[in-house]
Design a protein around this ligand. Structure first.
Ligand SMILES: [Zn+2]
Ligand SMILES: [Zn+2]
Length: 183
């Protein structure tokens, strides 16, 4: 029997987790620009437009301007993030953008993060789109994540024994590509 994960030893290491940097790169440039503009506009609103008859309240006004500005700017960044995240999860983008933007006080965003679909990724072997939590590709049996050789539950690549059944993981001879990125 030939095992698909041995045939494909030379392929790139499969990434199981995404870093914070990947998350940040999901924020599009337009929403960063918009966030800066929104922040500046809120400052202008507090210091330029609103009437100033009580000058002793300046520290208060500075604080209010800063916190409202930050709140609105973060919201714009969040909308930008969702606009990209929704596409890579293959969810209806228009509908979700509408929900996130229109529901008041960020409730739409909360609903989005509760209901969003798990991330899909392409199997490195056959390009089938599969859930990122899968250990094996459902179409070609390609191994995507380190698993215990006895109970087939997920394990950490640094584990010596399976945390679920105590199996000695060194006996499994896990594919090198799954070990490579742990060092
Ligand atoms: Zn596959
Ligand atoms: Zn096990």
């Amino acid at each position: 029997m030939t095992l698909p994960w041995i045939q494909n030893e030379s392929r790139n290491a499969v990434r199981t987790e995404e870093t914070a940097e990947d998350q940040l790169s999901l924020i599009p440039w337009w929403s960063v620009v918009l966030a800066v503009i929104v922040f500046a506009a809120v400052q202008y609103l507090f210091h330029g437009v609103m009437p100033h008859h009580k000058h002793e309240l300046l520290p208060m006004r500075l604080l209010m301007g800063y916190s409202w500005g930050t709140a609105f700017a973060s919201y714009v960044l969040l909308v930008g993030y969702v606009s990209r995240d929704v596409k890579r999860r293959k969810m209806p983008a228009g509908l979700w953008m509408l929900i996130v933007v229109l529901m008041p006080g960020g409730i739409g965003a909360v609903v989005y993060f509760l209901l969003r679909q798990p991330l899909l990724r392409a199997c490195p072997n056959c390009r089938t789109e599969v859930m990122s939590s899968y250990h094996f590709c459902p179409q070609c049996q390609f191994q995507m994540a380190p698993v215990c050789g006895r109970c087939f539950r997920g394990v950490q690549i640094t584990d010596v024994y399976c945390t679920q059944c105590g199996h000695d993981l060194a006996k499994d001879q896990a594919p090198a590509r799954l070990r490579a990125y742990s060092d």
